[in-house]
Ligand binder design. Structure first.
Ligand code: CO8
Length: 256
């Protein structure tokens, strides 16, 4: 069994690292399952105070795995129920620090937005490029990005699929700190160590409270987004967009 997730504990920090470097850590179902299982184990472990989630230098994650979605039907996507895993991440009570270097795109950017403190390398690149493959964000991108960045900037990212730099992401409130490239992981580890010195209960309740501010009317938005995301799997353009990516050619969209 390949290790899609590397797990280690450093003092009281539960570390999980995405480990599909040849696929830029694209989030396939196995990766998401193992990641969520690991985070829940850390959440239940009284020895663990906080979690650190990272990719590698080239990519945090370049999105959901397009190979697994390219030929999927609406029914396949519905029965896969992959968003149940994302709901479980939402319920993690201990703080999650994210260490981001390189590409942080699509589902990867949405995963980053599920984390609590985000440390970004100055070389990190963020984006919601789903529009380029005939779909749209499905794991909270249209909702969380808009709440952080505001409508105009969220629309720009979601409708054009353009990537933004780490400093732009900082300006939008998407990340907490930008650090020189050589410090991206060390700084996240330092922040995690600092959290370990705080009251574990206060950390949990403070996290819960900050998230509450984000939550108002969010659920309806997420539900709406999900239905629209599924709906796109009924379009020819979704099949074309994803096939074109896998065949390494430009897509030809017919608007149907
Ligand atoms: N899925 C599958 N494979 C991928 C993905 C991906 N998202 N991203 C990269 N890869 C693979 C490539 O196919 C390639 O594999 P191979 O070597 O076998 O051909 C390898 O990773 C390296 O990628 P590239 O050769 O393309 O590397 P480049 O440096 O030329 O380009 C990019 C890097 C710009 C990041 C480019 O790989 C890219 O555009 N990737 C796709 C980005 C994208 O569209 N992401 C959104 C995916 S859809 C999504 O996230 C929807 C989320 C919905 C909810 C979440 C449910 C889990």
């Amino acid at each position: 069994m390949p290790d899609e997730i590397l797990i280690e504990t450093i003092d009281q920090i539960g570390v999980a690292r995405l480990n599909r470097p040849d696929k830029l850590n694209a989030l396939n179902l196995a990766t998401m399952t193992k990641l969520v299982d690991a985070l829940e184990r850390y959440d239940a472990d009284p020895e663990i105070r906080c979690m650190l989630l990272a990719g590698d230098e080239r990519a945090f994650a370049a999105g959901a795995d397009i190979n697994e979605m390219a030929d999927a039907t609406v029914v396949d996507m519905y029965l896969r129920n992959q968003f149940a895993r994302w709901e479980r991440i939402k319920r993690i009570q201990k703080p999650i620090v994210a260490a981001i270097s390189g590409y942080c795109l699509g589902g990867g950017c949405e995963l980053m937005m599920h984390c609590d403190i985000v440390i970004a390398s100055e070389n990190a690149r963020f984006g919601q490029p789903e529009i380029n493959i005939g779909v749209m964000p499905g794991a909270g991108g249209t909702q969380r990005l808009t709440r952080s960045a505001g409508k105009a900037r969220a629309m720009d990212m979601v409708l054009t699929g353009h990537m933004i730099s780490a400093h732009e992401a900082l300006g939008m409130g998407l990340v907490s700190r930008v650090v020189p490239a050589e410090h991206w992981y060390r700084e996240a580890l330092n922040v995690s160590r600092e959290l370990c010195t705080k009251s574990p209960l206060a950390l949990r309740l403070a996290k819960e409270s900050v998230l509450k501010a984000h939550e108002t009317a969010l659920s309806e938005g997420l539900e709406y987004e999900r239905k629209l995301f599924y709906l796109l799997f009924a379009t020819a353009d979704q099949k074309e967009g994803m096939r074109a990516f896998l065949e390494k050619r430009p897509p030809v969209y017919l608007g149907k």
